[in-house]
Design a protein around this ligand. Structure first.
Ligand SMILES: [Zn+2]
Length: 74
């Protein structure tokens, strides 16, 4: 009994950790985003990037949310 509740408690903790990513305003707006490329041959122009990824939390943003590899905050 004690062992099982301990086990489930740990599982719940794991799930809540996944959901508790930092807020975009606390995280991504302060980071320089990494462009995600279709392939190595198109890595010159940011306009060709598929999206822009925050290295801290892994969120991806589209071109409409990004300017100069930074999240547009508002
Ligand atoms: Zn982030």
């Amino acid at each position: 009994m004690g062992f099982l509740s301990k086990l489930f408690g740990q599982a719940d903790q794991g799930y809540s950790l996944v959901d508790e990513r930092p807020d975009i305003l606390q995280c991504c707006v302060n980071e320089t985003l990494m462009p995600r490329w279709r392939g190595p041959e198109v890595m010159e122009d940011d306009q060709n990037a598929l999206g822009f990824v925050c290295q801290k939390c892994g969120r991806e943003f589209g071109h409409d949310r990004v300017h100069d590899r930074r999240v547009i905050a508002s």
